[in-house]
Design a protein around this ligand. Structure first.
Ligand SMILES: C[S@@+](CC[C@H](N)C(=O)[O-])C[C@H]1O[C@@H](n2cnc3c(N)ncnc32)[C@H](O)[C@@H]1O
Length: 275
């Protein structure tokens, strides 16, 4: 790193990057706000099945982005709160709640400040959706916040991308990145997964690998009982050309390893309970 980039606060750089991407995402086919307003859920069938009924439960969605998943849980009867550090993303989420008439609270805050902003021990479910943990430098601080939000008996439900997908190159055979990086990965890339061709200016971002062992351990260390950790060969975008589409959620579905090819762990879900 040179002297200029040494002075950059990685979390603030990420926030600027997300602030610029939030309106692009709101207008994208990937996020399909029109479909959402018309009643479509952004949640995956396995999420609905694993979390079960959320009717009447207090659910907080950490790093909620533009609020689609948060409001999808509201449609299923949860009393929802979404939190994200991007004012632009939260502005869109609030607008979407107003458009759809779904009751929801959305707050702007860094995830480690969640208990301070939302109060301690007020939620039955802490939910975190795909593509969240990689933006966090310190998983101990994240776990402190997530566990503090839960009532006794409450559950943390995490749906995430598998760190292995970051290690493999474009041929899916060569290991191109360490599975145990000492430093954050630094990117300076225009566009985003939802709008790859979009011209953007805030392109600097920092990502931190959190392996499954680390995730389980930070939760177990805080008295959380791990109920399951399930790995899957499915992902939200066509990471490799040989992946095949499946499912009907999102306009372009999700993607998975086709039959006959070695299956690659691409995502996982975890349920942990505060006894
Ligand atoms: C990839 S998005 C989440 C994706 C979400 N599952 C979805 O598809 O809508 C990651 C979100 O994390 C938020 N984020 C990143 N770092 C954060 C932090 N330290 N505190 C709070 N929010 C953060 C970003 O603003 C962004 O909205």
């Amino acid at each position: 790193m040179d002297a200029v980039s040494d002075a950059v606060d990685p979390v603030q750089a990420n926030r600027r990057m997300w602030d610029e991407r939030a309106p692009l995402h709101a207008a994208s086919r990937f996020y399909d706000l029109e479909g959402f307003r018309a009643g479509r859920s952004s949640l995956q069938p396995f999420e609905l099945e694993e979390l079960g009924s959320v009717q009447g439960l207090d659910l907080v969605h950490l790093q909620c982005h533009i609020g689609l998943d948060t409001l999808s849980w509201a449609r299923l009867g949860a009393r929802v709160t979404g939190l994200d550090f991007s004012p632009a993303a939260i502005g869109i989420a609030r607008g979407l709640a107003a458009d759809t008439g779904l009751p929801a609270r959305f707050e702007v805050a860094e995830v480690t400040r969640a208990p301070e902003v939302l109060g301690r021990a007020g939620f039955d479910i802490v939910y975190t959706g795909h593509g969240a943990l990689i933006w966090l430098p310190d998983l101990d601080q994240w776990a402190d916040a997530a566990v503090a939000l839960l009532r006794p008996g409450g559950r943390l439900y995490l749906a995430e991308f598998h760190p292995l997908s970051q290690m493999l190159g474009d041929d899916a055979a060569t290991v191109v990145a360490s599975g145990f990086p000492d430093e954050p990965m630094v990117f300076d890339l225009p566009g985003s997964y939802a709008e790859p061709e979009a011209p953007t200016e805030e392109n600097l971002s920092y990502e931190w690998t959190h392996n499954l062992g680390e995730v389980v351990s930070v939760l177990a260390a805080r008295g959380m009982r791990i109920e399951f950790l399930r790995e899957r060969d499915v992902i939200a975008w066509p990471r490799w050309h040989f992946l095949e589409k499946y499912g009907t959620t999102w306009p372009d579905g999700w993607w998975r390893t086709p039959p006959g090819r070695p299956r690659i762990p691409l995502s996982y879900t975890l349920m942990a309970r505060l006894d």
